[in-house]
Design a protein around this ligand. Structure first.
Ligand SMILES: Nc1ncnc2c1ncn2[C@@H]1O[C@H](COP(=O)(O)OP(=O)(O)O)[C@@H](O)[C@H]1O
Ligand code: SF4
Ligand SMILES: [Mg+2]
Length: 448
C-alpha cells in the first residue's frame, strides 16, 4: 500500500467519522449538538494524533504524509477549541451558538439566557425567573419528564394564571419553585431565581426561611388537610412559630386582620375547629394563614376546585382584592379558563410538560396564537357566548412516557403538518408575548 492509498483511506475514514458524528450528535442530541460535535472532533483529533505518531516512519508513512495528517488533525483540534474558548460574545447554553454579549435571548434558538432578567419595556424586572427548568419522576417504566425545559418570568404585583389540562405538570412546576418536589420527583436541570437569589443553591436553612416568607403556597385541597383536632387559632400560631419567634398575641392580632381581609369573622373563626367551617371558609382560612408571614409571592394550586360556583367567585374576588391591597405577586394554577378570565393579568398555557404560550389576558382570550390555547378557550363552556359553539379539544393528553415527537400537541392539532411531527417548536417572542408553534403566523393569517 503506497502513500496515496493510505491518504485516501485516511480521508474516507475521517469523512465517515465526521458524517456519523454529525448525524448522531445533531439528529439525536438536539440542542446539545454543537458541544457534542466539538467533543467528537476533539476525540477524533486526539485519535488522529495517536495514529500518526504511533506508526513508525516508513515507506508508506513518510514524513510528508505524517506532516499533512498531523496538520489536519491539529486543524480539527482547533475547531472545538475555537467553539469552546471563543470570546466573541456569550455562548447560548442551549444551542451553544454565539450571541451578542448584551443579548438576553439567543438569536439562534430563541431561548432566554438563564439567570438574566427579561426586562419589560417599562423597565420592571421579574420577581421570579425560571430558566430551562426540568423536573423528572423516576417511575417503574422509566423517567417521566413532567416539566420540560420551562422558562417563565413573573413580574412584581401581577397575577399570572398557569393553565392547562389536568396532569400537564402545573403542580410539579409550581412546587419545584420552592423545591418541594415530592418523591420520586427530582429537579434535573434549570435555574430558579427569586429576586435575583438562586433558589436551587439555597442551604436547607435558607430554604426554610424562603418558604412562607418569600413564597407561600396554598397546596391543592389544603383546606381538607387541616389538623381536625386543633382550633384555627392554634394552627396559625404553630405555623408562624415554626418559622419565626413571635408572641401569641402578635400572631393572633395579625391573624385577625387577615381573616377580616378574607371576609371572615375573626373571633368566631379563630375559636373554631376546621369541621365547624364550610369548605369555602376553610379555604379562606388557608389563604389568610399563607399570608401571615407577609410573603411577597403566593402560589395557589386550584384554589377553588370542589367549591360551588358562588363560593368560587367569592374567593376569586377576595384574591384580587388581596393582590390589590397588599401588592402581592400571585401564580394561580387552574385547568379552568373561566377562572383565568376572572382574575388573571397574564396567562401561561401549559401542555404536556411545556409552556406553549404566554400572553396578557386579552391577547390570550381574543388573539390566542397557539392552537392549544384556542382549543382551551373554545372548550370552556362557562365563558360568555353561545354555548353551542363550544367544542372540546379532540383526543386526550399524551402519555408522558411515550411523548409524541416534534410538537407534543400534533396528534390533536388540526393544523399539524409533517414538520410538526419532526421538529420541536421553539418559543418565539412576539410583541411582549411568547408562543411555541411552527405555524402560528400562518394560523393567525388564516383566522384573521
Ligand atoms: N408523585 C408522582 N410520581 C410519579 N409521577 C407523577 C407524580 N406526580 C405527578 N406525576 C406525573 O407528572 C405529571 C404532571 O403532574 P402534575 O404536576 O400533578 O400535573 P397537574 O398539576 O397539571 O395536574 C402527571 O402526568 C403525572 O403522571
Ligand atoms: S407546531 Fe404544528 S402541531 Fe404544534 S400547535 Fe403548531 S401547528 Fe399544531
Ligand atoms: Mg395539580
Amino acid at each position: 500500500m503506497g502513500t496515496g492509498t493510505l491518504l485516501t483511506l485516511w480521508v474516507i475514514v475521517w469523512a465517515l467519522y465526521g458524517g456519523i458524528v454529525t448525524y448522531v450528535v445533531y439528529r439525536r442530541a438536539g440542542h446539545r449538538g454543537l458541544p457534542g460535535f466539538g467533543i467528537g472532533l476533539l476525540l477524533g483529533a486526539i485519535g488522529n494524533a495517536l495514529f500518526v505518531f504511533a506508526i513508525p516512519e516508513s515507506e508508506i508513512l513518510d514524513s510528508a504524509a505524517r506532516a499533512v495528517m498531523g496538520a489536519f488533525g491539529s486543524f480539527l483540534l482547533l475547531i472545538p477549541l475555537w467553539l469552546l474558548l471563543s470570546r466573541q460574545g456569550k455562548r447560548c447554553p442551549y444551542c451553544f451558538e454565539i450571541a451578542d454579549p448584551s443579548a438576553t435571548t439567543c438569536p439562534h434558538c430563541g431561548r432566554d439566557f438563564p439567570g438574566l432578567a427579561a426586562w419589560r419595556p417599562d423597565g420592571s424586572v421579574p420577581i421570579l425567573s425560571v430558566r430551562g427548568l426540568t423536573v423528572e419522576y423516576a417511575v417503574r417504566q422509566g423517567r417521566l419528564v413532567a416539566v420540560d425545559r420551562v422558562n417563565l418570568d413573573v413580574y412584581p404585583g401581577e397575577l399570572v394564571a398557569l393553565v392547562g389540562e389536568s396532569g400537564c405538570g402545573k403542580s410539579t412546576l409550581a412546587y419545584s419553585l420552592i423545591r418541594h418536589v415530592t418523591f420520586p420527583g427530582e429537579i434535573t436541570a434549570g435555574q430558579i431565581f427569586f429576586k435575583g437569589r438562586d433558589v436551587l443553591t439555597m442551604t436547607p436553612e435558607q430554604l426554610r426561611q424562603f418558604r412562607w416568607r418569600d413564597i407561600a403556597v396554598v397546596f391543592q385541597a389544603a383546606q381538607n388537610a387541616m389538623n381536625p383536632v386543633m382550633r384555627i387559632a392554634d394552627q396559625m400560631i404553630d405555623t408562624v412559630q415554626a418559622h419565626e419567634q413571635m408572641d401569641r398575641e402578635h400572631i393572633l392580632r395579625r391573624a385577625a386582620e387577615l381573616l377580616e381581609m378574607v371576609r371572615l369573622e375573626p373571633d368566631r373563626v379563630l375559636r373554631s375547629y376546621p369541621f365547624e367551617l364550610s369548605g369555602g371558609m376553610r379555604q379562606r382560612v388557608i389563604i389568610a394563614l399563607s399570608l401571615i408571614l407577609e410573603p411577597e409571592m403566593l402560589i395557589l394550586d386550584e384554589p377553588t376546585t370542589a367549591l360551588d360556583v358562588v363560593t368560587q367567585v367569592h374567593i376569586l374576588d377576595i384574591l384580587r382584592e388581596i393582590r390589590d391591597r397588599l401588592g402581592l405577586t400571585m401564580l394561580l394554577l387552574t385547568h379552568d379558563m373561566a377562572i383565568v378570565a376572572r382574575v388573571a393579568d397574564r396567562v401561561a398555557v401549559m401542555y404536556a410538560g411545556k409552556i406553549v404560550e404566554v400572553g396578557g389576558i386579552n391577547d390570550i382570550f381574543y388573539h390566542g396564537l397557539h392552537p392549544y390555547t384556542r382549543g382551551l378557550i373554545n372548550a370552556a363552556p362557562s365563558l360568555v357566548g353561545d354555548l353551542s359553539g363550544k367544542s372540546p379539544i379532540p383526543g386526550s393528553p399524551p402519555n408522558f412516557l411515550n411523548m409524541p415527537t416534534g410538537c407534543r400537541f400534533h396528534p390533536r392539532c388540526k393544523y399539524a403538518v409533517p414538520k410538526c411531527r419532526e421538529r420541536v417548536p421553539i418559543m418565539e417572542s412576539v410583541d411582549g408575548r411568547q408562543v411555541a408553534c411552527h405555524r402560528w403566523r400562518e394560523i393567525a393569517n388564516m383566522e384573521a
